[in-house]
Ligand binder design. Structure first.
Ligand code: SF4
Length: 311
């Protein structure tokens, strides 16, 4: 499978099957916290980056043996709305199954009326909104210039007004970058303009693209939640969950591979036939267990074993 991955168990979406519509890593942002690493194809070109017919064929094959899927989620190796046939893919999936369809997006392309129309048939859209001021937007998301945060916010507001599904806004909080009282105040005002059904708060709990992108603490997160209001919930997973036997096996394969030589997420995913998003889940566990660490070399981020100090 090249375009379908998982299912992955997620607290907010249940058992979710990932649908990936762009090659690694195609995005019009280069977020400092991006768990996929730096954006190697930074573009706003909308085209059929991967064949929708191929995606649908893979999905049919997966659904013929996976019977407990709660959600089909467009997400993966970059920004899904950069695939010009996203709307057709959603429509085709809705013809195929009654499983709800979710789109995780950076939300920036919703400033176009055509894109808003394409997402209308989905059941859930989860756009990110990490900043309300232009200065912080550029710092945290590093968008392609001349993207203006005000246009993105206006697009989100217009989409929410017309959309019949659910809109959950996700805010990724990065310590010292977008967590100042002024920025949070502006975010609060922006949230009330957009009026999403939920606001989900996250922080940098997986290895980020830039080492200086640090998480806020659970206590800080709880304060932000209270400040932003009752529709907010914390989705950051501060402690790891138990792994299944298959997950243990895959984690072990990644650990063995890293012991042989330092590797990037892409090296590991390609070598082991896993999706980059799944690979990241195991990397995070190995980091939490203090077995591996990240090192930067050029634009790449490599993972290598932590050498134990000799006594
Ligand atoms: S976090 Fe999402 S929007 Fe940001 S660079 Fe990564 S893929 Fe793009």
């Amino acid at each position: 499978m090249k375009h379908i991955y998982g299912p992955v168990s997620s607290r907010r979406l249940g058992l979710s099957l990932g649908v990936d519509l762009v090659p690694f890593k195609t995005c019009n942002f280069d977020c400092i916290y991006c768990q996929l690493g730096r954006t190697t194809r930074k573009t706003e070109e909308r085209r059929e980056w991967v064949s929708i017919e191929e995606v649908i064929e893979e999905l049919k094959a997966t659904l013929s043996h996976e019977h407990k899927i709660d959600c089909l989620t467009f997400s993966g190796s970059g920004e899904p709305s950069l695939n010009s046939r996203l709307g057709e893919a959603i429509r085709e999936i809705k013809r195929l199954t009654t499983i709800p369809v979710a789109v995780l997006t950076n939300g920036s392309l919703l400033r176009s009326a055509e894109m808003r129309e394409k997402l209308m048939e989905s059941d859930l859209v989860v756009p990110s909104l990490d900043a309300a001021s232009q200065r912080v937007f550029e710092k945290v998301n590093r968008p392609l210039p001349p993207l203006k945060i005000e246009e993105v916010i206006e697009g989100l507001r217009a989409f929410k007004k017309a959309y019949r599904g659910k809109l959950w806004l996700e805010i990724m909080l990065v310590k010292g970058v977008n967590d100042s009282p002024d920025e949070l105040q502006m975010l609060k005002e922006t949230i009330s303009r957009i009026a999403p059904h939920k606001v989900q708060l996250n922080t940098v709990v997986r290895p980020p693209s830039e080492p200086f992108a640090l998480p806020i603490t659970r206590e800080e997160m709880d304060k932000v939640k209270v400040f932003l209001g009752s529709q907010c919930e914390v989705i950051a997973r501060f402690s790891p969950r138990e792994s299944s036997p298959l997950e243990h096996q895959q984690e072990r394969a990644i650990w063995e591979s890293i012991q042989r030589r330092p590797a990037t997420i892409k090296d590991l995913a390609d070598g082991l036939g896993l999706h980059p998003n799944e690979t990241l889940k195991y990397i995070k566990k190995l980091i939490d267990a203090n077995k591996i660490e990240a090192i930067s070399f050029g634009v790449n981020r490599y993972y290598k074993p932590i050498k134990k100090k000799e006594r």
